[in-house]
Write a protein that binds this ligand. Structure first.
Ligand SMILES: [Zn+2]
Length: 370
């Protein structure tokens, strides 16, 4: 399947120049609405933006099928991380980068452009297809807020492809962990550190001992934990009365996840008892795990399509969460596909033009093979 590389690259470069952050996707949403209408899609924008006081909603587009084939859903996210303001892309030796002062936003502009170009190609080459549904979400980077607010009842696809992962084109992510955050606040008692230290209760010390008794890092092949942020104390001469720890636990297995949450909570409670501090414990459910069998249609179609364009499929799990975690939970079998972007969320982020072309061809192949 021939992909129009020049058009694809031009669209990618145009899209990365549009500033688009979680809650500030207006310009991107307007641009994409126009592009989707050009593809003869019916486009609806929902009010997901309200949940984060944002200025745009998720875009939900539908292109009517021209053949009796299954409906497919393709999705990517419109927002990006910082520093992603005023991106000036540079193309050199087939590689696209930023000028070094910002990210490139290939995550997830690459996803958006290969969906648009893949569908455009399929239409131009008169490939018979079922209904095509396209979702461009807001605020993925801001805690998956757009997909969490998405009403899936209007979507009919039973196979969803999220173009939003690293790994070579042909990478099919069929498993991702559940994720919970654990926030622990130790309340001690302030006192002058030099004059009356015995009157104080050191919240940092209590927190430190709690951390030293926690299982941290890789627990097993499907479970990880982390203490990511510690905040406490106001001055070097005051016994600190407050220390906050922000921790997380991820696991493919919900029982293992609970075990680690309990282990970390218990360590905190034991330490709080020992040092006589009060403790606030807050557990937040971020998203659920998903695990789609390799025999499922959404995976086997992705495999077949990869082979049809000479790419070896790589089926694997990830340790990260994405919109697919949310949409799986809402009942649409979803996998995440690799775009081979490199060093995402850093100023060194890059993507090869050849990978953009291959990924667009892959989208067209999934449509063709369905
Ligand atoms: Zn992303």
């Amino acid at each position: 399947m021939h992909i129009n590389e020049k058009r694809l690259l031009a669209e990618f470069l145009e899209l990365v120049r549009i500033d688009s952050f979680a809650g500030q996707e207006r310009e991107m949403a307007d641009y994409l609405t126009k592009k989707l209408i050009e593809l003869k899609a019916e486009v609806v924008e929902d009010d997901a933006g309200k949940t984060i006081q944002g200025n745009a909603g998720n875009l939900i587009a539908k292109i009517q099928g021209n053949a009796c084939k299954p409906a497919l859903l393709f999705a990517a996210h419109m927002d990006r991380v910082s520093p992603g303001f005023g991106i000036k892309p540079i193309v050199e030796n087939g590689i696209i980068r930023s000028d070094g002062t910002t990210i490139l936003a290939a995550d997830d502009v690459a996803g958006i452009t290969v969906i648009l170009e893949g569908i455009r190609t399929a239409k131009e080459q008169s490939i018979p297809h079922g209904d095509l549904e396209i979702v461009f979400t807001i605020a993925e980077e801001g805690g998956l807020s757009g997909s969490k607010a998405l009403d899936c009842s209007q979507l009919t696809a039973k196979c969803a492809y999220f173009l939003d992962s690293d790994g070579p084109v042909g990478t099919i992510i069929n498993q991702a962990p559940a994720h919970k955050n654990l926030d622990l606040i130790f309340h001690g008692r302030a006192s002058h550190a030099g004059v009356k230290p015995e009157k104080g209760i050191n919240a940092i010390q209590a927190a430190a001992e709690a951390i030293s008794n926690m299982n941290i890092g890789r627990i097993d092949n499907e479970t990880t934990t982390n203490v990511g942020i510690i905040n406490g104390g106001t001055a070097v001469n005051i016994v600190p009365d407050l220390c906050e720890l922000n921790c997380e636990v991820r696991s493919l297995d919900s029982v293992k996840l609970e075990t680690q949450i309990n282990q970390m909570t218990q360590a905190a409670e034991n330490s709080a008892t020992k040092y006589n501090t009060e403790i606030d414990i807050k557990i937040t459910d971020c998203y659920s795990a998903f695990s789609i069998p390799e025999s499922a249609e959404v995976v086997s179609l992705a495999e077949k399509a990869a082979r049809s364009i000479g790419v070896t499929p790589i089926i694997q799990m990830t340790g990260g969460g994405s919109d697919a975690s949310i949409i799986n939970k809402k009942g649409i079998p979803s996998v995440v596909l690799g775009l081979n972007y490199q060093d995402v969320h850093t100023k060194a982020e890059s993507i090869a033009v050849a990978d953009l072309v291959k990924a667009a061809e892959y989208v067209a192949a999934i449509i063709a093979q369905a």
